[in-house]
Each structure stands twice: as structure tokens, then as C-alpha cells.
Design a protein around this ligand. Structure first.
Ligand SMILES: NC(=O)c1ccc[n+]([C@@H]2O[C@H](COP(=O)([O-])OP(=O)(O)OC[C@H]3O[C@@H](n4cnc5c(N)ncnc54)[C@H](OP(=O)(O)O)[C@@H]3O)[C@@H](O)[C@H]2O)c1
Length: 325
């Protein structure tokens, strides 16, 4: 497994490295932020709950300090001199206005963005429409990240930045290209919600691939972080009355055989964010998996005609709601 300590460190007094992480306060995102902080980054965590994010910010700084306490004095001092800083930006991905406001705040706060990590997501929740009229998984996992990334593109271009999108192995469930205009509000929801998740995560890969083609100066990667069973992603299922315990046991069993820890779940992201061995020439538009291993996304996610259809549909939908791309 990749050791984050082998990835480059930056001295924040010499180089200002800036990362923006949606949902960087919990689950996999927590460890992404922790390591970026320890590697000298100024991190903007974009989340919808100020209390949760501020609590995580304090815990991350304490944890970074505790981790360096075990090192030899000279190494400890050097590592602590690399500590960056963490800030909070409010964003609710189910609300395009909130996404727009977050980008305006970022545009006012930073001169460039080195790494944008589209990490926040929800999985297999009941059918619901957002106030913008999109299915909630499609908007949270894909459409809002599309708008967010496109608005931040000029800041990413300032420093040939990187865009990393957390997709999922679950995208494979989209075995045929389905038009995004179809709502998928089909009974039984307990089954079809997984297809909606797959569509949202396939769309995110297609978007990231198209972004790479349109912007060859920016490294754009999508990835599956690994099966990480102890995050809140599964909490809708494990908190269901009576049958929740069944799903909890099921997820624990899957995790025991195939899963990785929350921290290991952040390794693919960290590699794509920090590695000097990845370049726009060789890696743009690629798909990585658990631990930062190069992999292949589905045939549908790779098909450029389908990716172009997804892109065009999204641009039109956003335009209809007053967001010009
Ligand atoms: N865990 C896995 O096995 C696995 C596998 C494949 C892919 N992934 C992907 O990895 C990413 C991180 O997941 P995780 O496992 O770390 O789950 P998690 O702990 O539930 O993290 C998801 C994050 O998304 C945020 N979020 C959800 N809805 C939001 C909204 N409307 N506005 C703003 N933020 C919102 C959550 O914020 P709150 O704290 O406010 O809810 C949370 O910080 C997700 O994109 C997920 O699809 C995970």
C-alpha cells in the first residue's frame, strides 16, 4: 500500500499550495484533508454543516500533532513546519444557488487552486427531487460538482491544477447508457436507487474525462476509493428500522473480506493529488482504484459519444436554471 509520507511535502512559507475538498470533514474526506494539511496545503473544506466541519478541523489539527509526536525531535520539527491551514466554506450540493455562492467565496479568497477534490457524495437514498428539480443523487454526486468545477476552472488554470472526482465501483451497474432525462422513479425503490447511484457516478467519470479533453493543461482523474464500510455513506441503510441491523451486518461482512479502512480509502485521492509521477501528458482522464492503482472504468463511462451527450445535457439543464457554463 502507498505510504502518504512518500508523497511530496511543501513548505507553506515558501509555496502556497491550495486544495478544495467537498465533504473533507468526514469519512474518506477526513483523511484526505488530514494528509494534505500535513503536506503543507491550505485546505478549504466545503460542507453543509458548519458545526461538523469546525469540529473536524480541530480534530484534524490535533491528530496531525499527535502523529508527529511519535517522531524523532528533528523530524518532528521539520514535519510540523509543513503543517498547512484549514478553512470552511459553506456548500449544500442539493442547492445550485449555494454551489454558486461557494464558488464566489472561493474566487474572493484564493488566487489559484492546485487541487480540487470532488469528494462529497450520497449513496442509494430514497427517490427525491432537489429544489432545482434534479434527482437528489444525480445533483449531489454529479451536477453540482459539474457547476462547482466549471466555475473554479480559471483558478485551476492559474497553476495547472488537478481535479479529482470520487466516483465508485458502483458505476458499473450502469451497463447501458441511460439518458439523464429519465427520472428512474421506479418501484421497488430499494433496487432502483442503486441504478440512480450508478448513473450519477458514471456521469461524474464522463464529466472528468471530457474536462481532461477540453483542458489538457489540467490533470483530471476519477477514481474508486475502495470499499470503505465505516463511513456515513451507508448510514441510511444501517439506520433503517428493524432491517437496519441486517444491512449493518452485511456491510461489515463485505468490509471484512473486501474492505479497506477510512484512511486507506484516501490513498488513491492522495496519490492523484500529490504524486510527481503523474502528468497531464500521460494520465489525463484516467481512472484509478483502491490505493492509487491505475484501472479502467466501464465501457459506458469510457465511451466519448456518451460522455459528450452527458456534457451537453448538463449544460442545457444548467442554462435552463440560469447557470450559464
Ligand atoms: N465508502 C465507500 O465504500 C465508497 C465507495 C465508493 C465511492 N465512495 C465515494 O467516496 C466519497 C466519500 O464517501 P465516504 O465514504 O467518505 O462517505 P461520507 O463519510 O458519508 O462522506 C460523504 C460526504 O459528502 C457530504 N455531503 C453529502 N451530501 C451533501 C450535500 N448535499 N452538500 C454538501 N455535502 C454533502 C457529507 O457531508 P455531511 O457530513 O454534512 O453529511 C460527507 O462529508 C463519496 O463520493 C462516495 O460516493 C465511497
Amino acid at each position: 500500500m502507498l505510504n502518504p509520507d512518500d508523497l511530496p511535502f511543501f513548505d507553506p512559507t515558501k509555496t502556497e499550495k491550495i486544495a478544495v475538498v467537498t465533504g473533507g470533514h468526514s469519512g474518506i474526506g477526513y483523511y484526505t484533508t488530514l494528509h494534505l494539511f500535513m503536506h503543507g496545503f491550505t485546505i478549504y473544506i466545503c460542507g453543509r454543516n458548519s458545526h461538523k466541519v469546525h469540529k473536524a478541523m480541530r480534530t484534524i489539527i490535533d491528530e496531525a500533532t499527535d502523529r508527529t509526536n511519535t517522531l524523532q525531535l528533528d523530524i518532528r520539527n521539520e514535519r510540523r513546519s509543513f503543517f498547512g491551514s484549514i478553512h470552511y466554506i459553506h456548500i449544500d450540493l442539493t442547492d445550485l444557488k449555494s454551489v454558486e455562492r461557494a464558488t464566489l467565496k472561493l474566487q474572493r479568497s484564493v488566487t489559484h487552486i492546485d487541487v480540487l477534490i470532488n469528494n462529497a457524495g450520497i449513496m442509494a437514498v430514497p427517490y427525491q427531487l432537489t429544489k432545482d428539480g434534479f434527482e437528489t443523487q444525480l445533483q449531489t454526486n454529479y451536477i453540482s460538482h459539474f457547476l462547482f468545477t466549471m466555475r473554479l476552472l480559471p483558478l485551476l488554470k492559474e497553476c495547472n491544477g488537478r481535479v479529482i472526482s470520487l466516483s465508485s465501483l458502483g458505476h458499473l451497474l450502469e451497463f447501458k447508457y441511460w439518458k439523464l432525462s429519465e427520472k428512474w422513479n421506479i418501484w421497488p425503490d430499494i433496487i432502483f436507487t442503486w441504478f440512480r447511484y450508478a448513473i450519477s457516478k458514471t456521469s461524474l467519470i464522463q464529466f472528468t474525462k471530457m474536462l481532461a479533453i477540453k483542458n489538457p493543461d489540467i490533470l483530471c482523474i476519477s477514481l474508486h476509493p475502495g470499499l470503505v464500510m465505516n463511513t456515513n455513506l451507508f448510514s441510511y441503510w444501517t439506520r433503517l428500522p428493524l432491517i437496519g441491523i441486517f444491512f449493518w451486518v452485511l456491510f461489515q461482512v463485505i468490509g471484512f473480506f473486501f474492505g479497506v479502512s477510512n484512511e486507506q480509502g484516501s490513498l488513491a485521492t492522495l496519490k492523484c493529488a500529490l504524486s510527481n509521477n503523474m502528468s497531464t501528458e500521460n494520465d489525463n482522464g484516467k481512472y484509478y482504484t483502491t490505493g492509487g492503482i491505475e484501472s479502467k472504468s466501464s465501457y459506458i463511462a469510457n465511451n466519448l459519444d456518451d460522455a459528450a451527450s452527458t456534457w451537453i445535457w448538463t449544460v442545457h439543464q444548467l442554462k435552463d436554471r440560469g447557470y450559464k457554463i
